[in-house]
Design a protein around this ligand. Structure first.
Ligand code: HEC
Ligand code: HEC
Ligand code: HEC
Ligand code: HEC
Length: 242
């Protein structure tokens, strides 16, 4: 009971005190905490937090880091397959790549959530609510593309309404919950060293970088959330000059 009271206080103070928000971050207690799931019974580490997704050995090197899950690499419909081609100046991969494959190993609504550690999982144990993005990604923001300085400009294969990613800092939420010392450019905070736009450009699955998960203010694990000076869409406006 005492612990619960403390937790409530932490959440309430989170918006005022940056350090408190960092303390409540992490996978445990977030939507990706499966330690209490009935299917989570890894014999080497029961009720595990990390091994649903990662393993120290025998990992799949093509998806997320030290990836421990069965990954589907084909059968996806991409945004570009439907959008008017002239609007998209980048060249997205024909199928999802990298970390997006890792996320879609659950969010495709087809792969069993408990297909990990070499197990094929239980048929039908899939995401069924709105978090099921399906394999038709034409309904989702484009992913698996390179967004570097060459994409930005007025040339025929350039987009003039994007900010230069290597030098433009992202918009920060009012509460200032970012971890000190992070590279806060679009590249550093959203894209990573290969300038790739993937699912983790916008989301933090570990509930740690950027704005932490909160059922009230940030239920979708979005990296940059808030209403700086009363105006929202901070994530979108960090990249798009719109
Ligand atoms: C639901 C799946 C999932 C769970 C559970 C999970 N991770 Fe991850 N992890 C990922 C994905 C996807 C990436 C790559 C994208 C990213 O870095 O956000 C990643 C990246 C990482 C990285 C490398 C990137 C970095 O931050 O430097 C480390 C280290 C890591 N995870 C550790 C952990 C640990 C420790 C746990 C358990 C406390 C854990 N993860 C739980 C999915 C997960
Ligand atoms: C081990 C399977 C698994 C992996 C891997 C995984 N997720 Fe999830 N994720 C889930 C489940 C299950 C939920 C909870 C769905 C629900 O609301 O019932 C969830 C919830 C979410 C939510 C919140 C949805 C909501 O409605 O509140 C987001 C956003 C999300 N995941 C994004 C990601 C991203 C991005 C990645 C990769 C970096 C990822 N997930 C990797 C299983 C996974
Ligand atoms: C350009 C930014 C961006 C990218 C890239 C992105 N998302 Fe999201 N995603 C968002 C935002 C913003 C929301 C919250 C939307 C809302 O609340 O209406 C969201 C919501 C979600 C949800 C909850 C959907 C729901 O209706 O409950 C899931 C699950 C999710 N994203 C997973 C993913 C996965 C998996 C990928 C990669 C295939 C991905 N996202 C790529 C920005 C992004
Ligand atoms: C990390 C940077 C980044 C973030 C964050 C981001 N976008 Fe994008 N967005 C891009 C890039 C890059 C493209 C592809 C542009 C191209 O190929 O010309 C794109 C494409 C789009 C398109 C497709 C345009 C078309 O012509 O079909 C729309 C619409 C869009 N973004 C809206 C949003 C919204 C809304 C958000 C916030 C939820 C958002 N974006 C967040 C970088 C970003």
């Amino acid at each position: 009971m005492k612990t619960m009271n403390l937790l409530t206080l932490t959440v309430a103070a989170g918006s005022l005190l940056a350090l408190t928000s960092v303390a409540q971050a992490g996978v445990v207690g977030s939507p990706h905490d499966f330690h209490a799931a009935s299917w989570n019974s890894d014999p080497t580490d029961p009720a595990t937090v990390c091994s649903v997704c990662h393993t120290p050995h025998h990992a799949d090197p093509n998806a997320g880091p030290l990836w421990n899950r069965t990954v589907a690499t084909s059968g996806f419909i991409m945004y570009k397959d439907h959008a008017p081609a002239e609007n998209i100046k980048s060249t997205p991969s024909t199928q999802p790549t990298g970390v997006s494959l890792a996320c879609l190993s659950c969010h495709d609504g087809q792969t069993a959530i408990n297909a990990y550690g070499g197990s094929a999982g239980t048929s039908g144990n899939t995401i069924t609510n709105s978090a099921n993005l399906t394999r038709d990604l034409s309904h989702s923001h484009p992913i698996s593309l390179t967004y570097d300085s060459a994409l930005v400009g007025t040339g025929p294969t350039q987009n003039k309404w994007l900010y230069p990613p290597d030098t433009t800092p992202v918009l920060q939420p009012d509460s200032g919950t970012f971890v000190a010392g992070n590279d806060m450019t679009i590249k550093g905070f959203l894209l990573g060293k290969n300038n790739r736009l993937e699912c983790n450009s916008c989301h933090d699955v570990h509930n740690q970088e950027g704005t932490p998960y909160s059922l009230g203010s940030n239920p979708k694990l979005v990296k940059i959330n808030g209403t700086q000076a009363g105006v929202g869409s901070l994530l979108c406006r960090s990249c798009h000059n719109k």
